[in-house]
Design a protein around this ligand. Structure first.
Ligand code: FAD
Length: 471
Protein backbone atom coordinates (compact mmCIF):
# COMPACT_ATOMS: atom_id res chain seq x y z
CA UNK A 1 0.00 0.00 0.00
CA UNK A 2 1.21 3.50 -0.87
CA UNK A 3 2.43 5.31 2.27
CA UNK A 4 1.39 8.94 2.63
CA UNK A 5 4.12 11.59 2.88
CA UNK A 6 4.83 12.62 6.48
CA UNK A 7 3.61 16.15 7.12
CA UNK A 8 6.11 18.51 8.68
CA UNK A 9 5.45 20.19 12.05
CA UNK A 10 4.52 23.85 11.85
CA UNK A 11 3.46 26.64 14.17
CA UNK A 12 -0.27 27.29 13.81
CA UNK A 13 -1.07 30.21 11.48
CA UNK A 14 -2.64 32.31 14.24
CA UNK A 15 0.25 31.74 16.61
CA UNK A 16 2.95 32.59 14.09
CA UNK A 17 1.59 35.52 12.10
CA UNK A 18 2.26 38.14 14.76
CA UNK A 19 5.83 37.07 15.43
CA UNK A 20 9.03 36.48 13.50
CA UNK A 21 9.52 33.01 15.08
CA UNK A 22 10.25 30.10 12.78
CA UNK A 23 7.14 28.71 11.07
CA UNK A 24 8.30 25.26 9.93
CA UNK A 25 9.55 23.25 12.89
CA UNK A 26 10.90 20.25 10.98
CA UNK A 27 10.59 16.52 11.69
CA UNK A 28 11.02 14.72 14.98
CA UNK A 29 13.22 11.63 14.69
CA UNK A 30 10.28 9.23 14.40
CA UNK A 31 8.77 11.27 11.56
CA UNK A 32 12.12 11.52 9.75
CA UNK A 33 12.52 7.75 9.95
CA UNK A 34 9.00 7.23 8.64
CA UNK A 35 9.54 9.62 5.72
CA UNK A 36 12.98 8.15 4.92
CA UNK A 37 11.45 4.67 4.85
CA UNK A 38 9.09 5.78 2.06
CA UNK A 39 12.09 6.25 -0.24
CA UNK A 40 12.09 3.49 -2.87
CA UNK A 41 15.93 3.43 -3.01
CA UNK A 42 15.73 3.36 -6.81
CA UNK A 43 18.37 1.41 -8.67
CA UNK A 44 18.98 4.43 -10.90
CA UNK A 45 17.88 7.39 -8.78
CA UNK A 46 16.82 10.54 -10.61
CA UNK A 47 16.51 12.79 -7.53
CA UNK A 48 20.23 13.67 -7.37
CA UNK A 49 20.06 14.93 -10.97
CA UNK A 50 17.54 17.51 -9.76
CA UNK A 51 19.99 18.81 -7.15
CA UNK A 52 22.30 21.54 -8.51
CA UNK A 53 25.15 20.30 -6.27
CA UNK A 54 24.43 16.60 -6.81
CA UNK A 55 23.97 15.43 -3.20
CA UNK A 56 23.82 11.61 -3.00
CA UNK A 57 20.22 11.71 -1.84
CA UNK A 58 19.57 7.99 -2.02
CA UNK A 59 22.61 7.33 0.19
CA UNK A 60 21.86 9.88 2.91
CA UNK A 61 18.22 8.77 3.09
CA UNK A 62 19.32 5.13 3.47
CA UNK A 63 21.68 6.24 6.26
CA UNK A 64 18.76 7.93 8.02
CA UNK A 65 16.75 4.70 7.90
CA UNK A 66 19.71 3.01 9.64
CA UNK A 67 19.85 5.86 12.18
CA UNK A 68 23.38 6.63 10.98
CA UNK A 69 22.81 10.36 11.20
CA UNK A 70 26.50 11.23 11.41
CA UNK A 71 27.18 9.32 8.19
CA UNK A 72 24.16 10.96 6.58
CA UNK A 73 25.62 14.33 7.60
CA UNK A 74 28.98 13.51 6.04
CA UNK A 75 27.28 12.29 2.86
CA UNK A 76 25.47 15.63 2.52
CA UNK A 77 28.56 17.63 3.50
CA UNK A 78 30.56 16.00 0.70
CA UNK A 79 28.50 18.16 -1.66
CA UNK A 80 26.88 20.84 0.45
CA UNK A 81 28.30 22.65 3.49
CA UNK A 82 24.95 24.15 4.48
CA UNK A 83 22.29 21.44 4.99
CA UNK A 84 20.30 23.32 7.63
CA UNK A 85 20.03 26.37 5.35
CA UNK A 86 19.15 24.41 2.22
CA UNK A 87 16.71 22.20 4.12
CA UNK A 88 14.82 25.38 4.94
CA UNK A 89 15.00 27.48 1.78
CA UNK A 90 15.55 25.17 -1.20
CA UNK A 91 12.67 25.22 -3.69
CA UNK A 92 12.80 21.42 -3.64
CA UNK A 93 9.48 21.16 -5.46
CA UNK A 94 11.23 22.46 -8.62
CA UNK A 95 14.48 20.59 -8.02
CA UNK A 96 15.20 17.24 -6.27
CA UNK A 97 11.57 16.48 -5.32
CA UNK A 98 10.38 17.19 -8.84
CA UNK A 99 12.94 14.64 -10.08
CA UNK A 100 11.77 12.04 -7.48
CA UNK A 101 10.26 8.97 -9.10
CA UNK A 102 7.16 9.37 -6.89
CA UNK A 103 6.40 12.79 -8.38
CA UNK A 104 3.96 13.15 -11.26
CA UNK A 105 5.91 14.07 -14.36
CA UNK A 106 3.23 16.23 -16.02
CA UNK A 107 3.04 18.82 -13.22
CA UNK A 108 5.20 22.02 -13.21
CA UNK A 109 6.25 21.18 -9.64
CA UNK A 110 6.62 18.08 -7.47
CA UNK A 111 3.45 16.35 -6.28
CA UNK A 112 2.74 15.73 -2.58
CA UNK A 113 3.75 12.08 -2.89
CA UNK A 114 7.41 12.95 -3.71
CA UNK A 115 9.80 12.26 -0.81
CA UNK A 116 10.28 15.34 1.38
CA UNK A 117 14.01 15.35 0.68
CA UNK A 118 14.51 18.91 1.94
CA UNK A 119 12.91 18.18 5.32
CA UNK A 120 15.13 15.10 5.68
CA UNK A 121 18.20 17.18 4.79
CA UNK A 122 17.16 19.73 7.40
CA UNK A 123 16.65 16.97 9.98
CA UNK A 124 20.22 15.76 9.43
CA UNK A 125 21.66 19.30 9.44
CA UNK A 126 19.82 20.20 12.65
CA UNK A 127 20.89 16.91 14.25
CA UNK A 128 24.49 17.90 13.53
CA UNK A 129 23.95 21.33 15.08
CA UNK A 130 22.38 19.86 18.23
CA UNK A 131 25.12 17.27 18.55
CA UNK A 132 27.95 19.57 17.49
CA UNK A 133 29.12 17.20 14.77
CA UNK A 134 32.13 18.29 12.74
CA UNK A 135 32.40 17.03 9.16
CA UNK A 136 35.59 15.37 8.05
CA UNK A 137 38.10 17.65 6.30
CA UNK A 138 39.86 16.98 3.03
CA UNK A 139 43.00 19.12 3.52
CA UNK A 140 45.50 19.13 0.71
CA UNK A 141 48.96 20.20 1.95
CA UNK A 142 49.85 21.64 -1.44
CA UNK A 143 47.08 24.24 -1.04
CA UNK A 144 47.94 25.53 2.42
CA UNK A 145 50.48 28.06 1.15
CA UNK A 146 47.87 29.95 -0.91
CA UNK A 147 45.44 32.64 0.09
CA UNK A 148 42.26 33.49 -1.81
CA UNK A 149 39.99 36.53 -1.48
CA UNK A 150 36.24 36.22 -1.76
CA UNK A 151 34.04 39.22 -2.47
CA UNK A 152 30.54 38.92 -1.01
CA UNK A 153 29.36 36.76 1.87
CA UNK A 154 26.11 35.52 0.32
CA UNK A 155 25.55 31.83 -0.48
CA UNK A 156 28.04 31.86 -3.38
CA UNK A 157 30.85 33.46 -1.36
CA UNK A 158 30.16 31.28 1.69
CA UNK A 159 30.17 28.15 -0.44
CA UNK A 160 33.53 28.92 -2.06
CA UNK A 161 34.94 29.85 1.36
CA UNK A 162 33.86 26.45 2.74
CA UNK A 163 35.15 24.47 -0.22
CA UNK A 164 38.57 26.17 -0.15
CA UNK A 165 39.00 26.28 3.63
CA UNK A 166 38.14 22.58 3.95
CA UNK A 167 40.99 21.91 1.51
CA UNK A 168 43.43 24.00 3.54
CA UNK A 169 43.47 27.28 1.55
CA UNK A 170 43.64 30.53 3.58
CA UNK A 171 40.46 32.45 2.86
CA UNK A 172 39.37 36.04 3.49
CA UNK A 173 35.80 37.12 2.70
CA UNK A 174 35.17 40.84 2.05
CA UNK A 175 31.59 41.97 2.62
CA UNK A 176 30.10 45.39 1.89
CA UNK A 177 27.45 45.18 4.63
CA UNK A 178 28.01 45.12 8.38
CA UNK A 179 26.73 41.52 8.60
CA UNK A 180 27.51 38.31 6.72
CA UNK A 181 25.06 36.17 4.75
CA UNK A 182 23.88 38.32 1.83
CA UNK A 183 20.23 37.64 0.99
CA UNK A 184 20.15 34.88 3.61
CA UNK A 185 20.32 37.62 6.24
CA UNK A 186 18.89 40.79 4.70
CA UNK A 187 16.31 39.21 2.37
CA UNK A 188 14.93 35.95 3.78
CA UNK A 189 13.03 36.70 7.01
CA UNK A 190 13.90 34.90 10.26
CA UNK A 191 10.52 33.14 10.30
CA UNK A 192 11.87 31.11 7.37
CA UNK A 193 15.54 30.99 8.28
CA UNK A 194 16.28 31.60 11.98
CA UNK A 195 19.47 33.56 12.48
CA UNK A 196 20.98 31.06 14.93
CA UNK A 197 20.95 28.48 12.11
CA UNK A 198 22.56 30.90 9.68
CA UNK A 199 25.13 31.91 12.31
CA UNK A 200 25.93 28.28 13.11
CA UNK A 201 26.66 27.44 9.50
CA UNK A 202 28.78 30.61 9.08
CA UNK A 203 30.57 30.01 12.40
CA UNK A 204 31.62 26.63 11.08
CA UNK A 205 33.56 28.48 8.34
CA UNK A 206 35.18 30.67 10.99
CA UNK A 207 36.25 27.50 12.81
CA UNK A 208 37.92 26.40 9.58
CA UNK A 209 39.92 29.63 9.71
CA UNK A 210 37.94 31.76 7.25
CA UNK A 211 38.36 35.45 8.04
CA UNK A 212 35.45 37.86 7.42
CA UNK A 213 36.14 41.55 6.78
CA UNK A 214 32.91 43.57 6.99
CA UNK A 215 31.98 47.08 5.79
CA UNK A 216 34.44 46.61 2.94
CA UNK A 217 33.38 47.37 -0.64
CA UNK A 218 35.72 45.87 -3.18
CA UNK A 219 35.86 48.44 -5.96
CA UNK A 220 35.61 51.30 -3.44
CA UNK A 221 37.50 50.45 -0.23
CA UNK A 222 40.11 48.63 -2.31
CA UNK A 223 40.35 47.64 -5.95
CA UNK A 224 40.79 44.13 -7.33
CA UNK A 225 44.31 45.06 -8.33
CA UNK A 226 45.13 46.09 -4.76
CA UNK A 227 43.85 42.73 -3.48
CA UNK A 228 46.19 40.87 -5.82
CA UNK A 229 49.06 43.11 -4.65
CA UNK A 230 48.31 41.90 -1.10
CA UNK A 231 49.31 38.42 -2.22
CA UNK A 232 46.01 36.72 -3.03
CA UNK A 233 46.50 34.05 -5.66
CA UNK A 234 42.89 34.18 -6.84
CA UNK A 235 39.71 36.17 -6.21
CA UNK A 236 36.13 34.89 -6.28
CA UNK A 237 33.30 37.35 -6.97
CA UNK A 238 29.96 36.46 -5.36
CA UNK A 239 28.44 39.90 -5.78
CA UNK A 240 24.81 38.77 -6.04
CA UNK A 241 21.96 40.70 -7.61
CA UNK A 242 21.28 43.34 -5.00
CA UNK A 243 19.73 46.19 -6.99
CA UNK A 244 15.94 46.18 -7.20
CA UNK A 245 14.08 46.63 -10.49
CA UNK A 246 11.25 49.16 -10.62
CA UNK A 247 8.17 49.42 -12.81
CA UNK A 248 8.84 52.87 -14.29
CA UNK A 249 5.29 54.02 -13.48
CA UNK A 250 3.98 57.45 -12.49
CA UNK A 251 3.99 57.97 -8.73
CA UNK A 252 6.59 55.28 -8.04
CA UNK A 253 8.62 57.82 -6.00
CA UNK A 254 5.74 58.61 -3.60
CA UNK A 255 6.38 58.13 0.12
CA UNK A 256 5.66 54.59 1.36
CA UNK A 257 6.35 53.01 -2.02
CA UNK A 258 9.21 50.65 -1.23
CA UNK A 259 11.30 48.21 -3.16
CA UNK A 260 10.95 44.81 -1.49
CA UNK A 261 14.71 44.91 -0.98
CA UNK A 262 14.54 48.05 1.12
CA UNK A 263 11.43 46.89 2.98
CA UNK A 264 12.95 43.51 3.85
CA UNK A 265 16.36 44.97 4.69
CA UNK A 266 14.73 47.41 7.11
CA UNK A 267 12.93 44.53 8.76
CA UNK A 268 15.49 41.72 8.64
CA UNK A 269 18.77 43.56 8.98
CA UNK A 270 17.74 46.75 10.79
CA UNK A 271 15.00 45.09 12.90
CA UNK A 272 12.31 47.68 12.10
CA UNK A 273 9.74 45.36 13.71
CA UNK A 274 11.41 46.12 17.04
CA UNK A 275 11.22 49.92 16.63
CA UNK A 276 11.90 52.02 18.79
CA UNK A 277 14.24 49.51 20.48
CA UNK A 278 16.01 49.52 17.09
CA UNK A 279 16.26 52.82 15.24
CA UNK A 280 14.84 51.98 11.81
CA UNK A 281 11.09 52.63 11.54
CA UNK A 282 8.49 51.27 9.12
CA UNK A 283 4.95 52.49 9.26
CA UNK A 284 2.99 49.49 7.99
CA UNK A 285 -0.20 51.36 7.03
CA UNK A 286 -3.79 50.09 6.86
CA UNK A 287 -3.61 48.65 3.36
CA UNK A 288 -0.44 47.10 1.98
CA UNK A 289 -0.13 45.99 -1.62
CA UNK A 290 2.80 43.87 -2.75
CA UNK A 291 3.49 43.66 -6.47
CA UNK A 292 5.13 40.46 -7.75
CA UNK A 293 4.97 36.66 -7.67
CA UNK A 294 8.36 35.38 -6.49
CA UNK A 295 9.84 34.47 -3.12
CA UNK A 296 10.66 38.13 -2.53
CA UNK A 297 7.01 39.16 -2.94
CA UNK A 298 5.83 36.42 -0.58
CA UNK A 299 8.48 37.26 2.03
CA UNK A 300 7.61 40.95 1.83
CA UNK A 301 3.88 40.25 2.20
CA UNK A 302 4.30 37.87 5.14
CA UNK A 303 6.64 40.33 6.86
CA UNK A 304 4.23 43.21 6.14
CA UNK A 305 1.29 41.30 7.61
CA UNK A 306 3.30 40.56 10.76
CA UNK A 307 4.19 44.24 11.01
CA UNK A 308 0.51 45.20 10.79
CA UNK A 309 -0.26 42.77 13.63
CA UNK A 310 2.64 44.02 15.76
CA UNK A 311 1.51 47.62 15.18
CA UNK A 312 -2.09 46.62 16.08
CA UNK A 313 -3.39 47.58 12.61
CA UNK A 314 -6.15 45.27 11.26
CA UNK A 315 -4.26 43.13 8.79
CA UNK A 316 -4.90 43.92 5.14
CA UNK A 317 -2.03 42.81 2.92
CA UNK A 318 -2.59 41.82 -0.70
CA UNK A 319 -0.26 40.41 -3.33
CA UNK A 320 -1.10 41.38 -6.89
CA UNK A 321 0.37 39.34 -9.72
CA UNK A 322 0.01 39.63 -13.49
CA UNK A 323 -0.37 35.90 -14.04
CA UNK A 324 -2.10 33.16 -12.02
CA UNK A 325 -0.93 31.12 -9.03
CA UNK A 326 0.36 28.32 -11.27
CA UNK A 327 2.89 30.65 -12.90
CA UNK A 328 4.11 32.16 -9.61
CA UNK A 329 7.83 31.39 -9.26
CA UNK A 330 7.63 31.42 -5.44
CA UNK A 331 8.00 28.23 -3.41
CA UNK A 332 4.66 26.45 -3.13
CA UNK A 333 5.00 26.06 0.64
CA UNK A 334 5.47 29.81 1.10
CA UNK A 335 2.39 30.59 -1.01
CA UNK A 336 0.38 28.18 1.16
CA UNK A 337 1.81 29.66 4.37
CA UNK A 338 1.12 33.23 3.25
CA UNK A 339 -2.49 32.32 2.50
CA UNK A 340 -2.93 30.53 5.86
CA UNK A 341 -1.58 33.60 7.65
CA UNK A 342 -4.10 35.89 5.97
CA UNK A 343 -2.30 37.39 2.96
CA UNK A 344 -4.80 38.07 0.15
CA UNK A 345 -3.98 37.25 -3.46
CA UNK A 346 -5.29 39.03 -6.54
CA UNK A 347 -4.24 37.34 -9.75
CA UNK A 348 -4.26 38.64 -13.33
CA UNK A 349 -3.77 42.22 -12.16
CA UNK A 350 -1.16 44.66 -13.46
CA UNK A 351 -0.42 48.07 -11.85
CA UNK A 352 -0.32 51.06 -14.20
CA UNK A 353 0.26 53.95 -11.79
CA UNK A 354 0.51 55.07 -8.14
CA UNK A 355 -1.69 57.91 -6.88
CA UNK A 356 -0.79 60.02 -3.86
CA UNK A 357 -2.19 62.74 -1.62
CA UNK A 358 -1.02 66.36 -1.33
CA UNK A 359 1.60 65.42 1.26
CA UNK A 360 3.20 63.06 -1.25
CA UNK A 361 2.12 59.77 0.36
CA UNK A 362 0.69 56.93 -1.70
CA UNK A 363 -3.09 56.38 -1.40
CA UNK A 364 -4.03 54.01 -4.18
CA UNK A 365 -2.77 52.01 -7.13
CA UNK A 366 -4.39 52.08 -10.54
CA UNK A 367 -4.53 48.59 -12.07
CA UNK A 368 -5.62 46.77 -15.17
CA UNK A 369 -7.07 43.27 -15.36
CA UNK A 370 -5.11 40.76 -17.44
CA UNK A 371 -5.78 37.58 -19.39
CA UNK A 372 -3.23 34.89 -20.13
CA UNK A 373 -1.94 34.53 -23.67
CA UNK A 374 0.61 32.17 -25.22
CA UNK A 375 3.80 31.21 -23.34
CA UNK A 376 6.66 33.74 -23.52
CA UNK A 377 10.45 33.17 -23.42
CA UNK A 378 10.18 32.17 -19.72
CA UNK A 379 7.86 29.30 -20.72
CA UNK A 380 5.04 30.85 -18.70
CA UNK A 381 1.85 32.16 -20.31
CA UNK A 382 2.15 35.85 -21.09
CA UNK A 383 -0.19 38.27 -19.27
CA UNK A 384 -2.20 40.47 -21.62
CA UNK A 385 -3.62 43.65 -19.98
CA UNK A 386 -7.26 44.26 -20.88
CA UNK A 387 -7.89 47.76 -22.24
CA UNK A 388 -10.56 49.68 -20.34
CA UNK A 389 -10.52 47.33 -17.33
CA UNK A 390 -8.93 50.01 -15.08
CA UNK A 391 -9.71 49.94 -11.36
CA UNK A 392 -8.15 51.33 -8.17
CA UNK A 393 -6.84 49.51 -5.10
CA UNK A 394 -6.43 51.32 -1.80
CA UNK A 395 -2.78 51.27 -0.75
CA UNK A 396 -1.15 53.13 2.13
CA UNK A 397 2.02 51.16 1.50
CA UNK A 398 3.15 49.58 -1.76
CA UNK A 399 6.03 47.14 -2.06
CA UNK A 400 7.55 46.45 -5.45
CA UNK A 401 8.99 42.95 -5.84
CA UNK A 402 9.48 42.57 -9.57
CA UNK A 403 13.07 41.40 -9.74
CA UNK A 404 16.65 42.22 -8.89
CA UNK A 405 19.70 43.02 -10.95
CA UNK A 406 23.45 43.32 -10.51
CA UNK A 407 25.08 46.23 -8.70
CA UNK A 408 27.94 47.79 -10.65
CA UNK A 409 30.05 48.95 -7.70
CA UNK A 410 32.93 46.74 -8.74
CA UNK A 411 32.35 46.15 -12.44
CA UNK A 412 31.84 49.90 -13.02
CA UNK A 413 35.41 50.62 -11.92
CA UNK A 414 37.01 47.51 -13.40
CA UNK A 415 36.60 47.77 -17.19
CA UNK A 416 38.67 44.60 -17.72
CA UNK A 417 35.78 42.62 -16.20
CA UNK A 418 33.52 41.69 -19.10
CA UNK A 419 29.79 42.08 -18.41
CA UNK A 420 26.69 41.32 -20.49
CA UNK A 421 23.77 43.64 -21.28
CA UNK A 422 22.33 43.06 -17.79
CA UNK A 423 25.67 43.99 -16.12
CA UNK A 424 26.09 40.34 -15.09
CA UNK A 425 29.61 38.94 -15.25
CA UNK A 426 30.58 36.95 -18.29
CA UNK A 427 32.39 33.74 -17.32
CA UNK A 428 33.72 30.63 -18.98
CA UNK A 429 30.88 28.23 -18.06
CA UNK A 430 33.31 25.33 -17.59
CA UNK A 431 35.62 27.06 -15.11
CA UNK A 432 33.61 30.11 -13.93
CA UNK A 433 36.68 32.24 -14.67
CA UNK A 434 35.88 35.83 -15.67
CA UNK A 435 37.66 37.84 -18.36
CA UNK A 436 40.49 38.47 -15.83
CA UNK A 437 42.82 35.55 -15.18
CA UNK A 438 42.59 34.34 -11.59
CA UNK A 439 39.24 36.07 -11.01
CA UNK A 440 36.25 33.73 -10.81
CA UNK A 441 32.56 34.35 -10.22
CA UNK A 442 29.36 32.50 -9.31
CA UNK A 443 25.88 32.91 -7.85
CA UNK A 444 23.39 35.57 -8.98
CA UNK A 445 26.07 37.84 -10.50
CA UNK A 446 26.37 35.23 -13.24
CA UNK A 447 23.17 34.80 -15.21
CA UNK A 448 20.95 36.80 -12.84
CA UNK A 449 18.62 35.94 -9.97
CA UNK A 450 18.52 32.25 -9.11
CA UNK A 451 18.25 30.13 -6.00
CA UNK A 452 20.54 29.46 -3.05
CA UNK A 453 21.41 25.96 -4.19
CA UNK A 454 22.03 27.17 -7.75
CA UNK A 455 24.45 29.74 -6.30
CA UNK A 456 26.14 26.85 -4.45
CA UNK A 457 26.29 24.90 -7.73
CA UNK A 458 28.20 27.58 -9.68
CA UNK A 459 30.29 28.45 -6.61
CA UNK A 460 31.42 24.84 -6.23
CA UNK A 461 32.44 24.75 -9.86
CA UNK A 462 34.46 27.96 -9.36
CA UNK A 463 36.06 26.58 -6.17
CA UNK A 464 37.17 23.44 -8.02
CA UNK A 465 38.71 25.59 -10.79
CA UNK A 466 40.45 27.83 -8.24
CA UNK A 467 42.00 24.78 -6.57
CA UNK A 468 43.11 23.37 -9.93
CA UNK A 469 44.62 26.76 -10.82
CA UNK A 470 46.61 26.91 -7.57
CA UNK A 471 48.49 23.64 -7.91
C1 FAD B 1 13.71 38.11 -0.47
C2 FAD B 1 14.36 36.95 -1.16
C3 FAD B 1 13.93 35.67 -0.85
C4 FAD B 1 14.53 34.58 -1.46
N1 FAD B 1 14.11 33.33 -1.11
C5 FAD B 1 14.75 32.26 -1.63
C6 FAD B 1 14.39 30.94 -1.22
O1 FAD B 1 13.48 30.73 -0.43
N2 FAD B 1 15.08 29.90 -1.73
C7 FAD B 1 16.10 30.08 -2.62
O2 FAD B 1 16.73 29.10 -3.00
N3 FAD B 1 16.45 31.31 -3.05
C8 FAD B 1 15.81 32.40 -2.58
N4 FAD B 1 16.16 33.66 -2.99
C9 FAD B 1 17.28 33.80 -3.96
C10 FAD B 1 18.63 33.60 -3.28
O3 FAD B 1 18.64 34.22 -2.02
C11 FAD B 1 19.76 34.09 -4.15
O4 FAD B 1 19.74 33.35 -5.35
C12 FAD B 1 21.12 33.92 -3.46
O5 FAD B 1 21.18 34.65 -2.26
C13 FAD B 1 22.27 34.35 -4.38
O6 FAD B 1 23.47 34.25 -3.66
P1 FAD B 1 24.72 35.17 -4.02
O7 FAD B 1 25.79 34.77 -3.06
O8 FAD B 1 24.98 35.12 -5.45
O9 FAD B 1 24.24 36.67 -3.72
P2 FAD B 1 23.73 37.47 -2.44
O10 FAD B 1 22.99 36.62 -1.50
O11 FAD B 1 23.03 38.65 -3.01
O12 FAD B 1 25.06 37.97 -1.73
C14 FAD B 1 25.94 38.90 -2.34
C15 FAD B 1 26.75 39.60 -1.26
O13 FAD B 1 27.80 40.33 -1.88
C16 FAD B 1 27.95 41.58 -1.23
N5 FAD B 1 28.60 42.47 -2.19
C17 FAD B 1 28.15 42.88 -3.39
N6 FAD B 1 29.05 43.68 -4.00
C18 FAD B 1 30.12 43.76 -3.16
C19 FAD B 1 31.37 44.45 -3.22
N7 FAD B 1 31.71 45.15 -4.30
N8 FAD B 1 32.22 44.33 -2.15
C20 FAD B 1 31.88 43.58 -1.06
N9 FAD B 1 30.72 42.92 -0.95
C21 FAD B 1 29.84 43.00 -1.99
C22 FAD B 1 26.52 41.96 -0.90
O14 FAD B 1 26.46 42.93 0.13
C23 FAD B 1 25.94 40.62 -0.47
O15 FAD B 1 26.10 40.39 0.90
C24 FAD B 1 15.56 34.78 -2.42
C25 FAD B 1 15.96 36.07 -2.77
C26 FAD B 1 15.36 37.15 -2.16
C27 FAD B 1 15.81 38.54 -2.51
Amino acid sequence: MKKEAVKVNELKAQERSSSFSEVVLGYFEKQALQEAQRCLQCKNPTCSQGCPVGIDIKKFIAQITQKNYEDAYNTIKEKNNFPSICGRVCPAEYQCRKACILSKKDSPFASDQAINIHFLERFVGDFAIKNELEPSLAKDRRLSKFKVAIVGSGPAGLCVAGELARSGVKVTVYEALHKTGGVLRYGIPPFRLPRNILDFEIDYLKKLGVEFVLNFIVGRTKSLEELFKEGYSAVFLGLGAGVPSFLGLDGENLCNVYSANEFLTRINLMKAYKFPQYHTPINAGKSIVVIGGGNTAIDAARAALRLQKIQAIPENTTIIYRRTETEMPARRLEIEHARQEGVNFKFLVQPVGFKGNEQGFIEKIECLECKLGKPDSSGRRRPIPQEGSNFFMESETAIIAVGLKANTLLTGVTPELKVDKYSDLVVDPKTMQTSIEGVYAGGDIVGGEGTVIEAFGTAKKAAASIKRGLI
